[in-house]
Ligand binder design. Structure first.
Ligand code: AMP
Length: 367
C-alpha cells in the first residue's frame, strides 16, 4: 500500500486492533465503572480509538478532546503547542487520557503539564499502542492495549503526513526500501558539502552531529554547554552524550526514506551502538563511503572555511591537527569495522564538487 512516496505493509488486522481496544476498555472499567470519569482523547490520532473505546465502555462517563501539535526542530525536546484546550470541568474529577500511541513520551510531557494545576482527583494515562523500547519512562502508563516495536505505523487514526487515518487496519513502513549511508572522512573532506547534494538527490535526511552540537551551543542548551569544552579543544565529545543525541535525531524522523550520517560514527563504540540501534528498528547501514584527501589539502580547506564560517576549531592549526589526531586514533579504525561487513567504499575527495558528487552517486547506485 502506498501513501505519498512510501510503501507500507500490513501489520495488525482490524480484529487485532479491536481486541487491543477491548483490552484497554475492560481494564479501565475494572477501576472506574463505579465513578463517572472524564475521558480525554488526544487529537487527531486518537479519534478512532476513542470512538471504539467508548463503544466497548458501557458505563457512566464523559468525553472530551485536546489537541497538541509538535514541531520537531534540532532540539531534543521539540516544541509542543496547544491547539485545543482542556474542558473546564476537570477539577475534582478522575481524568483518563486516551492516546493512540506513546513513543518517546515528548507529547505526553506537555499533556501532563496541561493538567498539572487543574486539581484533578486522579490522572491516568491509557494508550492503544505503546513503544516501550523508546519510551523515556518519565510517567507511568496505566493502561496499554499493545506494546509494539519501534517502527513507523499508520492506520486506525495514525497518519503519514495526514494520509492513512481512515484505514481500519494498521500498516508498517516498509524499511527495506531505505538507504542509510555513513559519510566517512577527516574534517574538511567535504562530507557536509556532499551530504547537501545527496540528500536532495536521494530524498534522505542528513544528520551532522557537528551541526547538531553547534546548534545546541548557539542556543545555550545543556547539551551545548556540555559539548563546548571538547569541541573548543578539537577533542571528541564523549560517546555516551553523542550516541544519545544521534538516537534522538533519528527518532525525530520516523518516516524518513533513509539517513546520511555525517560525522557519526567516530569511534568503535559509536559504530557498534549505531548498528544495534538500527537493528532494533529493522534498519541497517547500506554503505560507508569515505572521502579521501591528504592532510595538507585538508588543512588549507579548513583554514579557508574558518575565515568565513567563524568556527574557532577551523581557525587554529593546532586544533585542526588535534582533530586529525583524534581521527587517526579513534575514527580511522572504523574502516576495518565496515570492511569486515563488506560495506566500505572509498572515493577520491579531491576535485570539483560536482565531480565528487558523481563519484558518490556511482557507489550509491551500485548498491
Ligand atoms: P564536525 O563538524 O563533524 O567537524 O564536528 C565538530 C566537532 O564536534 C568535533 O571536533 C567534535 O568535537 C564534535 N563531534 C562531532 N561529531 C562527533 C562524534 N560523532 N563524536 C564525538 N564528537 C563529535
Amino acid at each position: 500500500m502506498k501513501l505519498h512516496d512510501k510503501t507500507f505493509v500490513p501489520y495488525l488486522s482490524e480484529t487485532a486492533v479491536l481486541q487491543a481496544v477491548e483490552k484497554v476498555a475492560q481494564a479501565v472499567a475494572e477501576d472506574y465503572k463505579h465513578q463517572t470519569p472524564i475521558f480525554v482523547g488526544v487529537l487527531n490520532g486518537a479519534f478512532m480509538f476513542v470512538a471504539d473505546f467508548l463503544k466497548a465502555y458501557q458505563y457512566p462517563c464523559e468525553v472530551s478532546f485536546v489537541k497538541l501539535s509538535s514541531y520537531q526542530g534540532l532540539t531534543s525536546t521539540g516544541i509542543v503547542e496547544t491547539l485545543l484546550d482542556l474542558p473546564e470541568n476537570v477539577e475534582g474529577r478522575s481524568v483518563i487520557i486516551l492516546e493512540d500511541i506513546i513513543d518517546t513520551g515528548r507529547t505526553l510531557k506537555e499533556l501532563v503539564h496541561l493538567f498539572a494545576d487543574k486539581n484533578v482527583k486522579e490522572f491516568k494515562i491509557a494508550t492503544l499502542f505503546y513503544k516501550s523500547s523508546v519510551y523515556n519512562g518519565e510517567y507511568t502508563i496505566d493502561y496499554v492495549g499493545l506494546d509494539i516495536p519501534d517502527k513507523f505505523v499508520v492506520g486506525y487514526g495514525l497518519d503519514y503526513n495526514e494520509l492513512g487515518r481512515n484505514l481500519k487496519e494498521v500498516y508498517q513502513l516498509n524499511q527495506n526500501q531505505m538507504i542509510n549511508l555513513v559519510l566517512f572522512g577527516k574534517p574538511g573532506a567535504g562530507k557536509g558539502t556532499q551530504a547537501e547534494f545527496l540528500k536532495e538527490k536521494y530524498n534522505l535526511k542528513h544528520i551532522s552531529t557537528g551541526d547538531v552540537f553547534r546548534y545546541n551551543m548557539k542556543n545555550d542548551t545543556e547539551l551545548g554547554t556540555l559539548a563546548k569544552s571538547y569541541i573548543d579543544r578539537g577533542d571528541l565529545v564523549p560517546d555516551e552524550v553523542t550516541i544519545k543525541m544521534l538516537q534522538d535525531e533519528v527518532e525525530k524522523n520516523p518516516e524518513a526514506s533513509g539517513f546520511i550520517f555525517d560525522g557519526f560514527p567516530r569511534t568503535a563504540a559509536q559504530a557498534e551502538a549505531l548498528d544495534a540501534f538500527l537493528a532494533e528498528k529493522d534498519m541497517k547501514i547500506n554503505a560507508t563511503i569515505a572521502l579521501e584527501a591528504n592532510d595538507e589539502v585538508l588543512i588549507q580547506r579548513l583554514l579557508e572555511r574558518g575565515k568565513v564560517s567563524g568556527r574557532t576549531d577551523d581557525q587554529d592549526e593546532n586544533k585542526i591537527r588535534n582533530r586529525f589526531e583524534e581521527y587517526n586514533q579513534k575514527t580511522a579504525p572504523l574502516k576495518e569495522f565496515y570492511e569486515t561487513q563488506g560495506k566500505f567504499h572509498s572515493v577520491n575527495g579531491i576535485g570539483a564538487i560536482d565531480e565528487i558528487t558523481l563519484r558518490l552517486a556511482k557507489v550509491i547506485e551500485e548498491l
